[in-house]
Design a protein around this ligand. Sequence first.
Ligand SMILES: O=C(O)CCC(=O)C(=O)O
Length: 252
Amino acid sequence: MITDAKAVAAHFNEQGYAVVREVFSKAEVAEIERRLTDALRTVVPTLKAGDVYYEDAPDKPVKSVFRLDQHVPYFRQLLADERLLRIMREIFDGSEVMQVGTAFFAKAAQAGSVTPAHQDNAFQNLQPPEDLVCTIAIDESTPANGVLTVQAGSHRLGLLPHRASGVMGFSQTLMTPVDAALYPEVPLCMKPGDISLHHTNTIHRSGPNTTDRSRRQLGLIYRSARAKRDEVGWAKYQAELKRLHDQHPVKA
Ligand SMILES: O=C(O)CCC(=O)C(=O)O
């Protein structure tokens, strides 16, 4: 239960991340899981490159799916969950909260691949950087199945230089690693129904899934209405994305 949205916002503002336990009940997680399974069967096969990515493994399991909320009303409703919006209003302190969209990360059993270290703002190009991902755990996450790992306090560094990663679905990675002694790595180990939040400038990464069980997480992206896109940075990122997609067909 979220009892204190102010405390969550204070931790988030200080550390660039927060974890809140048991926000969604078992029944709610089962419903999210059912809707995802449904969408993976009906919607995902129709999606264009850039909205879905597959792992480079023999059976090509789904790696990530973006903007499902534009296809399935259930996911739009999930973005409007009042428990989550209460936290967002505290974090974005007085600004209108934009419900931007969803990002599903499947991290399939034995096939889920590495997410290179990055700041989401290298993709989003927002100023001020008032944007975050609220991640709902569908499966338990552990170091062995590729837990999402953040560097505490790194959101205060601003947007750092990135380079092309060559990784489909995460086309940008940090140019230079940031000292983990100064900005300690925190694995956001979660149980189904827990949520985590990370700031758009918080450095994060995840390892491969070496286990027999998936590590599915559904990200919900929220933004303050104050955040505006830097169109030059955005155009540069879009060009890099196009180059990557031209080189790799959807199920490559
Ligand atoms: O699930 C992952 O490994 C990466 C997730 C991520 O990069 C994000 O939510 O911004």
